[in-house]
Design a protein around this ligand. Structure first.
Ligand code: NAP
Length: 285
């Protein structure tokens, strides 16, 4: 018999406890097989950490073997008791053969594939006047074509999952906002959402959902050397008065990958501390 905290028998408490227990169990990604691309550092590493803390076995991918192996060691060392394993696989997402090897390794090591987090991306700044065709095409290969290729290669395996999930890391830049120097970057991030909407319809018949997270300004290793002025100026533009953490994005991605998000498809969650909301700087005074 379950007794309430006051020591009294309480049927509401019993029901509430059982409900919450069930909810907690359903929240778990225990035993799920996941791939996170671009997870040798930054946001992808944060997504991998949260997924593995929730019990998923995660393959992290990227091109830098030293960084990737170190990330896997770090994430395994800080795993929670019910946490899943983290394994690094070297893969360049602009190369289809690498993606095929990545997916094959995930399926072989983890017994299938349930979750694909297409996160790998680059954001080189270049003003339109100086931008070349080659730079435009290269960034589309990294940020947009890689999404299509990863989904296509993973598809036969996601179909076999009871609840296949694709979670895309897009950005507020492009789909919602603009920033000088990032016309090509913004175009790739908007392209990801265009792909997402039709993919969500095409893959729905196989019970696979396709959603995106749109990060605002997230504090990653890459920002460590930009200096306090940049951090202060960016922070001032965010209503919640802080930059995002990689785990902030990880939690949003983990929700979209979870059983609870099973009826959400073709949508994007903005995770930006309210950055896109002010109509003008005066709104933040
Ligand atoms: P980051 O710290 O530079 O990390 C980028 C990751 O992508 C690295 O793990 C890198 O690994 C990987 N990568 C890049 N090109 C790759 C390729 N061709 N093949 C495989 N992996 C590749 O950047 P981040 O800030 O975490 O960004 C991650 C994602 O979030 C990107 O899609 C970016 O557009 C998006 N985003 C970031 C922010 C932000 O504020 N940080 C905001 C909005 C959106 P290797 O170098 O080992 O290949």
């Amino acid at each position: 018999m379950i007794i309430s905290r006051t020591g009294q028998y309480n049927p509401y408490y019993i029901q509430h406890t059982i409900y919450n227990k069930g909810k907690h169990m359903n929240s778990s990604l225990l035993g799920k097989s996941a791939i996170v691309t671009g997870a040798t550092k930054g946001i992808g590493k944060g997504i991998a950490r949260v997924l593995s803390q929730k019990g998923a076995n995660v393959i992290i991918a990227g091109r830098d073997t030293i960084l990737g192996q170190a990330a896997a060691v770090e994430l395994n060392a800080t795993a929670t008791p019910n946490g899943g394993s983290v394994t690094f696989v070297r893969a360049d997402v602009t190369l289809r053969a690498d993606i095929e090897g990545l997916v094959a390794t995930a399926v072989e090591r983890q017994g299938g594939l349930d979750i694909l987090c297409a996160n790998a991306g680059a954001f080189p700044a270049c003003k339109i006047a100086e931008l070349t065709d080659a730079a435009w095409d290269a960034l589309f290969a990294t940020n947009a074509r890689s999404l299509f290729a990863c989904v296509q290669v993973a598809l036969p395996h996601l179909k076999k999952s009871a609840s296949g999930r694709v979670v895309i890391t897009s950005s507020i830049t492009g789909p919602i906002t603009g920033y000088p120097g990032w016309a090509h970057y913004g175009a790739t991030k908007a392209a990801q959402l265009g792909f997402m909407r039709t993919a969500a319809i095409e893959l729905a018949r196989d019970n696979i959902t396709v959603n995106a997270v749109l990060p605002g300004n997230i504090y990653t290793e890459g920002l460590a050397n930009v200096g306090p002025e940049y951090i202060a100026a960016t922070t001032a533009a965010i209503p919640l008065k802080r930059l995002g953490t990689v785990d902030d994005i990880g939690h949003a991605a983990a929700f979209l990958a979870s059983p609870e998000a099973g009826f959400i498809t073709g949508h994007a969650i903005v995770v930006d501390g309210g950055q896109i909301l002010p109509e003008c700087p005066a709104a933040l005074e």
